[in-house]
Design a protein around this ligand. Structure first.
Ligand code: HCR
Length: 390
């Protein structure tokens, strides 16, 4: 095909892959894709995108004014979008298919910088359908984010992959005993036909605070006004008073954006990603890692993918899948469920139940057979080496 990014040797396998996805719906992880589109990074690592700018993550805790605090939360959230949805394009040339985490897979790390220590625990709490739960916290600043997410996919005739995210995130700020419910945007993947997939965000997502503020972020692919890709407009208002914004932010979530007061054109702050370098996540070396930790568990697969060695990739993947299957069979025989390391499934979460109704129907289909909650008791008792890392 003209303008195709598919490597010459992969045309055939890409054509069969395209054929296979036209008749698919649901769980994307079940698709077998050609090696050039595979990444050796597991989806369990993606939780780290929430806090690659620790200073922005903790900034709301320093803000005394509640409206400005809500604005700091919104600014941090928008700053994470570039990492979440376009970093693979930037580093790998296109969106890639991540490794499908196994049940109990862990990704642990910490950021160390001027914001102090910010810690990350990400755990695959469900394999079928895939659900990842995470908790990110900075003890010095008293800020904690916890959440979980899964994806539901469908494919249109034009080969656009539409993805609805299931789940949400909750940010807690100790100093003000304040909670923020963050909903996750829907997305679609374009450029699939030509073998150079990339993500665009759809529609809107919301942040609802317990202090009575709502933020609405509207995403528009080409930009209503600017015509630029990855555009958005966000407004922050007293709940129920959408027509009367306190702040408006617009720009590109992959680029820069500016904040204005009310509906005015008066810019009070601007954000340029080039001026906010990322803090690198510190992850234990593979030798130090537990066998449940992602990079250790997938080491051979990741290596084979990077070499384009499909035989080893599938052999090593099958080995992990078979081990997992055997574990599930054993659990069934014993009449027990896999015990998650850091999270517990609950019927409901009081914080979510208090904030979600303020957003109406938006979050209704959010449950993945209950909600996943960070379990401080479990975390305390987690066996070493996890403990020794903090
Ligand atoms: C859809 C996606 C896997 C899920 C990824 C999620 C939604 C995961 C949670 C993160 O917080 C945000 C996030 C960002 C990614 O953009 C999104 C991925 C984009 C592609 C990937 C598919 C499973 C890959 C499909 C295979 C194609 C490229 C052929």
């Amino acid at each position: 095909t003209e303008g195709s990014s598919v490597p010459p040797g992969s045309k055939g396998s890409w054509a069969s892959f395209l054929k296979s996805i036209t008749s698919f719906s649901g769980d994307l992880s079940s698709l077998t894709a050609p090696p050039f589109i595979l990444s050796g990074v597991s989806l369990v690592e993606y939780s780290s995108y929430w806090a690659e700018h620790p200073s922005l993550f903790v900034a709301p805790a320093k803000e005394k004014d509640p409206a400005k605090r809500a604005l700091a939360v919104l600014t941090w959230f928008i700053s994470t979008l570039k990492q979440q949805y376009s970093s693979r394009n930037e580093h790998l040339g296109s969106e890639k298919k991540p490794l499908n985490p196994f049940l109990g897979e862990l990704f642990l790390g910490r950021w160390q910088d001027e914001a102090g220590t910010t810690q990350l625990v990400s755990e695959q709490v469900c394999h079928h359908p895939p659900v990842t739960a995470y908790c990110i916290w900075n003890g010095e600043h008293g800020v904690r984010l916890q959440g979980y997410n899964g994806q539901k996919a469908s494919i249109s005739k034009a080969l656009t992959i539409h993805i609805k995210q299931i789940g949400h995130a909750l940010l807690h700020i100790d100093e003000f005993n304040e909670d923020y419910l963050i909903t996750l945007p829907s997305l679609h993947i374009e450029g699939v036909y030509g073998g150079a997939p990339y993500v665009e965000l759809n529609k809107s997502s919301f942040i609802q605070s317990s202090s009575g503020y709502t933020a609405k972020i509207d995403y528009s692919g080409k930009g209503w006004l600017s015509g630029k890709k990855n555009s958005f407009t966000a407004t922050l208002y007293h709940e129920g008073r959408e027509k009367d914004p306190l702040y408006t932010i617009d720009g590109q979530w992959t680029g820069s954006f500016s904040t204005k007061e009310g509906k005015s054109k008066n810019v009070i702050a601007s954000y340029d990603p080039a001026k906010h370098p990322l803090t690198k996540l510190v992850v234990a070396s593979i030798e130090e890692q537990d066998e449940m930790e992602s990079r250790r568990a997938w080491q051979k697969v990741a290596h084979a993918i990077s070499k384009g060695d499909m035989d080893t990739t599938s052999a090593e993947k099958s080995r992990i899948e078979n081990e997992q299957r055997a574990l599930r069979v054993k659990e069934k025989e014993d009449g027990r469920e896999w015990n998650r390391f850091f999270f517990t499934r609950a019927k409901s979460d009081p914080v979510l139940d208090a904030l979600a109704p303020k957003l109406g129907e938006i979050i209704e289909s959010d449950k993945t057979d209950g909600v996943w909650l960070w379990d401080a008791e479990k975390a305390k008792n987690s066996k070493p080496p996890f403990k020794n890392r903090s």
